[in-house]
Design a binder for this molecule. Sequence first.
Ligand SMILES: NC(=O)c1ccc[n+]([C@@H]2O[C@H](COP(=O)([O-])OP(=O)(O)OC[C@H]3O[C@@H](n4cnc5c(N)ncnc54)[C@H](OP(=O)(O)O)[C@@H]3O)[C@@H](O)[C@H]2O)c1
Length: 355
Amino acid sequence: MTTTPDETKPTEAVTAEVSPHDSMAAATARRYGTPDMIRIEQLPVPTPKDGEVLVRVETSSLNALDWHFLTGTPYLLRLTNGLRRPKRVIPGADFAGVVISAAADVTDFEPGDWVFGETAGGGCSRYITAKAEVIAAIPEGVSFEAAGATPVAGLTALQALRTHAKLCDGERVLINGAAGGVGTFAVQIAKALGAHVTAVCSTSKVDMVRALGADRVIDYSKENFTELDERFDVIMDNVGNHTTADCLKVMTTDARYVLISGPKENKWLDPMRKVLGSAIVLWRKPQSFHQFVASPNREDLDYLGSLLASRAVVPEVDRVVGLEGVAAGIAEIGTGHARSKIVVVPTSPEQRARR
Ligand SMILES: NC(=O)c1ccc[n+]([C@@H]2O[C@H](COP(=O)([O-])OP(=O)(O)OC[C@H]3O[C@@H](n4cnc5c(N)ncnc54)[C@H](OP(=O)(O)O)[C@@H]3O)[C@@H](O)[C@H]2O)c1
């Protein structure tokens, strides 16, 4: 299902809406485990530190990284997120919302501004704090739904294609895993950059991916892209399910292979095994190998905002859920076959009914 963005701005006043002892609803997982452990709790509203703003979250969205933080896999992730219990207890790295207050040293945003970006605090809650220097203003005409669906998936697609692959007008790009959060942004961004796009997905998602603008859609249950009789300047691989040697067969001599992810069978080492294997196969080959972890920055968010405002990119949203729908959404992502984006509106069903 594609939802139509709501272009109207909220009318309620922003000032003085939060006092120090207020609480908020948040989806939480206090132990590593499975999505059924997710609960809805009342937590204190966070206080912005130096360089931060307090944001009332209007929308967040779910990403594969929420599955990783919930399950604590790969296990190496626990070195930074807590060995026995997760430090990051609220899912939702994406947010779009309204600035409520800002630390004294923040000069670029003020209460009432519409902003979007990434937060480590967890967007599946009513309020978050975020570092002002890596968030951006939501352009006029862009809905909270569109902005909240964009940060992690949009930044990953943009940085893969523009920053790493340096995709140029007229080049041929193949996007493997075109139907998920990252892939649905990648197809549209590649088209906006002027490329000819071949997109790979499963049967039930072919029509959706074609409607996003892909020039050619390959149903992976019927055709193996590594056996095509053609060559690509860029392969953006969101799945990593083919050997890198096989992918090489369909690359031009100066192609760029951008690996976003790999199989996740080994809970200690994946997807690093695929990354290392690809680096070895492409070592000393004319084709270049790129692997990266997408990072938030205002310049890229502003660029994504301009694509949203011009509607060159319209986030594909499978559904909008409340906090009570977060567990099922993350479980779906855990299957490896999620469809586009799941947007979260972090209010109760009663609050949503009143709006
Ligand atoms: N490096 C980074 O900074 C970074 C950032 C974000 C995400 N990631 C990683 O990138 C991957 C993609 O992220 P995402 O947000 O798009 O995940 P997602 O929303 O869960 O989507 C995954 C997609 O993979 C597709 N897929 C599964 N098997 C496939 C196959 N054999 N061939 C083609 N497509 C297949 C699925 O489509 P079908 O249902 O059609 O099979 C699904 O739509 C995840 O593994 C994530 O962890 C990395």
